[in-house]
Ligand binder design. Sequence first.
Ligand SMILES: NC(=O)c1ccc[n+]([C@@H]2O[C@H](COP(=O)([O-])OP(=O)(O)OC[C@H]3O[C@@H](n4cnc5c(N)ncnc54)[C@H](O)[C@@H]3O)[C@@H](O)[C@H]2O)c1
Length: 448
Amino acid sequence: MAVKKNSSEITVGAVGLGYVGQPFVGAMAEAGFNVVGLDIDQNLINKLSEDYEPTVYEPGLKEIFKVHQANISFTSNYEVMMQKSDAIFLSVGTPLNSKGEPDSKSIEACVSEIAPRVKNGQLIILRSTVVPGTTRWLADQIQKRTGLQPGTDFFVAFSPERTVSGNAVQELKTLPAIVGGMDDESTKRSVHIMKLLSKSIVITTSSPEIAEVAKLVDNMYRTLNIGFANELGLIAEGAGIDAYEVVSAVNKSYERTSVFRPALGAEGPCLSKDPLILRHFAQTKGVETKILDAVVDVNKNATDRIALEIIGFIEKHKINNPIISLLGLAFKGSPETDDVRGSPAIAVIESIQNYFDSTKVTFQLFDPIVTNFQGLNTEINVDDSIRDANIVVVMNDHKLLRNIPIGHIAQISKRPLLVIDAWHSIKGLDSFEKSENIEVFRVGDGQK
Ligand SMILES: NC(=O)c1ccc[n+]([C@@H]2O[C@H](COP(=O)([O-])OP(=O)(O)OC[C@H]3O[C@@H](n4cnc5c(N)ncnc54)[C@H](O)[C@@H]3O)[C@@H](O)[C@H]2O)c1
């Protein structure tokens, strides 16, 4: 089948309309494609079809949906999507199961719907982060279910999602895409589509497995940097120096080095799971992952220690009904997001609730973006969260949580008071003197 040249001639199916799928629909529509978005969540499809309002926080997406509404449709019907689409992009979730291993249920369910319906000439591009080998398995499934031949009758490639939530629409247009096709024709057709989407270069790999591992390496690299930063933070605390000053000195005007600053663990929907997908893959090949294991441990401790500091403070001061203010509930503050999956705030709340009688501890929670947090109440501003609290913790790096004066916190909170500044964002700490009733812990800073 001839390849359609222009985006306006091409209909793409986007399967899985979560944090990745919805911005992808918007970016494809903006690039001129016709888009059929599919999800098994019927409530989500009803909502999207009714008002074309994204259900994930992604700046600019709402406007794009409105402007390009005529070229976007939503369905939960695989037959409809497969009939209309020239190329089908899969972005369903790939979480871990309760044993911490990759859970491929969503991918399997989605492939069982797609495989028997593939028609001559269709291109399937997998974008979910997967155990390497999944793209090859997907192509096998299509061949088995249809009898069609890969590389001549249908085409399959892996092209990972590399954006950060909160800036995804922009990044889809500008980031280099990686494409690993099952064969030359699959790669060629995928590159053609990705070039219509992004102004950036498209990097091709010799196999889908290389592209699949590349995606895991992207996130492992960040996890390693975070782990090293957190260990540096511990060293600095032990040495009575400030790791932020070390990092700033080592990075400044020296492109060879780009060290992260210590804060919390490697959190969020991707970094909390992708290293474990890589570990699982290594184990299936009989390879030990000593560095990976150590980093996962270091990062877990970086979040756990916040809960331990809080618990230690409450016990030391025998506070009967402590009030804990957590500022920043999303897994990250910059770029801002409403995504709370793998959020350190959840881990800290769980540890504290497991330790104390949970009816005796009050959490006053605030986030500039997140209003719906695990069914718990959230405050409408910083002051309502801090007021009368015994413990105040800055949990993420959102710009609205930067520069809160320590004097102001001290004024409206209770005594005894513990202030934990995980991101060096509280103003005035350098000149602030600790007292018996006020303790301050700035992560990675041995002077505070
Ligand atoms: N969130 C990110 O920023 C990010 C970044 C890069 C890569 N990724 C990867 O992209 C993939 C998707 O992540 P996400 O954050 O969008 O997940 P998500 O949970 O937000 O969305 C997944 C969507 O898939 C739908 N779904 C599940 N099974 C389905 C099926 N059988 N058929 C159709 N739809 C189905 C769900 O209903 C949900 O709406 C994951 O593999 C993730 O690791 C995510």
